[in-house]
Each structure stands twice: as C-alpha cells, then as structure tokens.
Design a protein around this ligand. Sequence first.
Ligand code: ADP
Length: 649
Amino acid sequence: MGALGPYRDTSEQESGKQLTKTVFTTDIPGFIGSGRPPFDARSIHELVAEQARRAPHAPAVTCGGQTLTYQQLNARANLLAERLRAAGMAPEDVVGVLVRRSPELVVALLAVLIAGGAYLGLEPDDPRSRHELLLEDAGVGMVIVEDGLRDRVPDTVVAVGEGSPSDRPTAEPAALDLPCDPDRLAYVSYTSGSTGEPKGVGVPHRAVDRLVRGADWMEIHSDDVFFHIAPVAFDASTLEIWAPLVNGCRLVVFPPGAITLEEVARTVRAERVTVLLLTTGLFHQMVSSHPEAFAGVRHVLTGGDVASPSHVERLLTGYPGLVFTNGYGPTENTTYTTCWTSDTLAARRSVPIGRPISGTRVAVLDSDLQPVPAGECGELYAAGAGLARGYLGRPAATAERFVPDPFGTEPGARMYRTGDLVRWTADGTLEFVGRADDQVKVQGYRAEPRAVEAELERLAEVRHAVVLPQADPAGGTRLLGYVVPTDPDPSHAIGLGLRLRQELRAGLPGYLIPWAILIRPELPLNRNGKIDRRALPTATRVPRNVANEFVAPLTTVQLRLVELWGELLGVEPVGVDDDFFDLGGHSLLATELLVAVEREFGVDIPAQTLYLSPTVAELATALAVRLQAAGLDGPPEPAAGGPREGQSR
Ligand code: ADP
C-alpha cells in the first residue's frame, strides 16, 4: 500500500453520511490510497460458506416468490460443484454459465467457485456465434446451461444442466476438499479493449474480496437487502451478488425477462430492498419516472457512466438521509476504483467520482507518468488489490495496459492505465473529465466505434465503413454507421443498411449494432487524405430500416404515435405495422416513449404492453381501450389525411 502522503482521513462526518472525508492539502503524491488497513484476502465461496454456518436458515436468495436459505444455497452449489468435477472440470478451468436471472444462476456461479473454477457469464440474448467466440477465446470446455438454452451452446463443450428440484438436498454435502486461494481467478468478464476486439478480463477472488468486505465507502448491515439486475457478463453484478452473500444479507434477484421500470420499482418496494445499485442510464430513468421506488432504500449506488447532477440532486432532496454513491471504475480494476458517497450534492456542477475505495490506490499522471498538479487534467491509473490478473491469453495487450508501477514498493507491482481523464478538485475528490481514446458507453456497455467499423468492413457488400457515436434521445449514446458499398450501382443500395444491420446481428451483441447505417457514395477526406469524420452529415432522422411493408397511419391516435416514434427513434416514415424494437428501440427508449405517451394522451400504458404489442397499430388499440376506460376519448376516429408530407417511401 502506498503512503497516504498529504491526504488524510479526518473521519469527520461533515455532511451527515459522508463516510470518509479526505482533506486536500498541497502536493500530489504518486498514489492516493484509502487508508483502510489491509487484511488477509479470502475466497468468495469460503466467505459464503461461513455465512451458511453462521446463519443456515437466514434467507440468502429470493426470486419471484422462491427463497433459498444460506444452507440451501451452499448445499446446492456444493452438489453442482461435485457434478462439475465429475464431468471433468479441473481447478482453474473457466466454466461458462448460461442461465437466466434466477436462484439457479446464483447456485451456478457459486458452484463454479467451489469447484475451483472461474465463471464466464454468457448473455442469453446474445447470438450463438458470440457465445462461440467467447467460449473459444476463454478456452472453455464446460458450460452450465439452463434447460431451455441448450441449443445456444456448441456441441464442442460439455453442457451441464443447472439442476432440477430433485437436486435440492436438505443437509449440506461434504464440501470439496480444495485449498482456498484468493489469487485464483473467480470470473472472466469480456469487455472491449483499446483495439476493439473483446478481451476476457480475468479477476481473482482477492479483487472481489476487497470490493465487498470491510468497505470504507459503504456500510453493509446484515439485515440489508440487495438487488441483482445487471447481466452477469457485466461486472456491476459482482457487487450486486457477492456483497450481500459474503455479508449474510438477502439478495433479491429480479425475475428473468424484459426489464421495465415499473416492474423494477414494484419489486424493489415489495421486497423491501435497502441497497440498490442501478447503472447510470437506469438510475436516471428511475429518478425521472419512478422516484417512489427509492422510498424504502437506504443506500443507492450508481456507476458505469457520467451521472447527472440534477438527477442526484432530485434523489437526495426527495429522500433526506438517503446515502448515495457514484462509483467509478473499469472492469480491469473490479467494478469500482473510486467512489463518492454522500447524502448531499451541495450545489456541485458535476457528481464527483470520489476517492479510491478500500484496498485501492490511484494516481493522476501525465504522459511521462509524472503526477499532475491539483486541478489539472491527467490520466487515471489504478493499483492495489482490485487489479485483474490481465486479459486472458493476451500477454501483449495485458502488458500494454497493466504497466509497471513506478511508485510501487513491492517487486513487480503493476498499475492499470484506465484511459480516463480526471482531475483532483479542491476538496480532495476526483472529477471525471472524459476519455483519452474514442471508447464510448452504449446502453451501459463499453463500445469502440472502430471495432464496429472493422466488423462492417468484413462484410462482402461494404467497401469502407465509419461508425460514429451520437447523442441518443434517451440521454445516452448510440452508434451511427456510414458505409460506401462495394457495388457502386445505387439500385443495389436499396435496403442495404437494413441487410448490413441484420448481418451484424448474427455476430455482435445488440448494443454494438448501429441504430442506423447511412449508405454514401464516398466518404469525405481531409487535406491529408484521411477520412474527415467531422465532415460526415449527422443524421437525426434516417429512412425506415425494416423489412415489412410500410402501412400508413389511419387514426389520429396512430398518427400521433407515428410522430412520437419518429422523434424518438429518428426514423421516418414509421409504418403502423413496424416493430418498435426492430426500428432501433431499446428498453431505455421504451421508457421515454411511455413517458411521452402519458404526457400526450393523459393515460399511462404499462411497459409490458409495449413489449407484448410492439407495433404502432397494436399500441394504438391498447391506448384506445385505456382512453375509453378513462372516459377520455371515444373509439379511434380516422385521421384527417394520409401519411405526412415528405413521408413517402
Ligand atoms: P463498469 O462496469 O464499471 O461500467 P466498464 O469496464 O464497462 O466498467 O467501463 C468502465 C468505463 O466506464 C470507465 O473507464 C469510464 O470511462 C466509464 N465509467 C464508469 N463509471 C463511471 C462514472 N461513475 N462516471 C463516469 N464514467 C464512468
């Protein structure tokens, strides 16, 4: 651990719940640490087993009315671990987990750890080819797979069923006799790296332990109730799942299926969740449209992207005494690197990302690896127990980002170069400034527009491709593609954008598919002969890009819905049979749409209705029924005219 230098913890409780406060003085030392005394790292499953011994009948996992006690969770996981070992799994193996959110998912993750392996969470919604790519890259030979998802994994791997009710033992089976080693890998999480191709970040137990045990930036009480909603492939789930289970709390797993704000709000309240982590996009939307969800919550955490001060302010003034954390950090330093925990925003311009969490040190350095003065922008480097082992099977990429730590006291000490630009503020907290490269966040995931360009250029019909980030009406970022086709005949360009998006879908996760692809005869060049990205036309509206026939709106309700969809999705014309999600809609945009519908028509439509009836025509019917029920309108009348001017195909 590095010296604390001129920073010191005052432990003063200046603003109510501000947990630890750092006083900023003059010089900037190489590394700033949190000051928590180091303690011996432990394995995650060992800590969960300890909870099972301490309070065997305490509830561990709840999901949709089903509860597993700590004893049941531990026993079932041990049984599955035995089955993994019997099927040929060896310690240190990476094991895929393809199970939807459920108690079985938690059992599967714990089983992999007990059996001495590292889990690789696979997203049920991702294309099978993506699963194949990740399984091959991580050298996975075995996948724990939910019954209905067996066809999503290749025959080359051993598929182990996640278990059936008959597997539920009442007594704890003998634990596997495997020494616990905190330096063993606990999981592998894929994320885009600086060159774009997905890289498996290998995270040891030690790094998770430093996040979830003895934290100096959050209090965890044994009667706390946590909430799991993030995909396991995403490292927010590390905190969501293991923080409660190593501390003897209850974990509420949000049931599988579509995530709708009202269902999240309902579950959080019904299950009396007290510690709620929502990634930034979801957090903003919950504050805007379901602030009542936070009524019983003691501590709200967010992270993953830049938090909006107005939303944080709204939350904290609405719920005095509620504690809020803005957590910052790349996957390579295990979920959170720095955190800002407070119960007041006190008229700040931005939401700070705080200071290093327990077991972590950070430095803000210039390009010569020299500390930059306070107030100046530099790149953030992280060191300490949270560091990942590196990128699986990629020593060169690992060496490029995990560099020797010139301030380290231990031989071979490393620090991770985050690529994030930050500055120290006068009160000793860090402010996030932006990225040093062109990485962006799309729907909460790291995305490299250039990696999507490379994917597009692999397709036969594409000569050149450019992908640029663009502000999304839901408040985030989306990708817009520009393509010069191989075949210059303009008649072949008809429907090309749509075809290319479909081809990309076969290999890429949904968030990496550009919301639209514009076909261009050529790309603008600058004086140096390079593509001039800034000279590309920015589109806020693109031609309709779905395969079904265009059907014009007929009723006034349909007409108004078509206008709302067009504004939100940036597509025109919108036909009444077009599917919201095919047109580029996603869950955050769905929420925006429903808020707009309520504002426009004065009745609310449950998100479930949009998911089940995703076309304009279906939504208009559902809306007409609700309007009639509310006595607000008669049956839908025909619209005054046909499609709006300029909407012809
Ligand atoms: P996470 O799961 O924590 O979002 P990722 O590895 O997916 O981790 O993304 C990490 C990147 O996300 C960071 O390098 C930074 O660019 C951005 N990021 C994460 N948290 C924040 C935050 N609180 N404020 C601003 N940017 C953030």
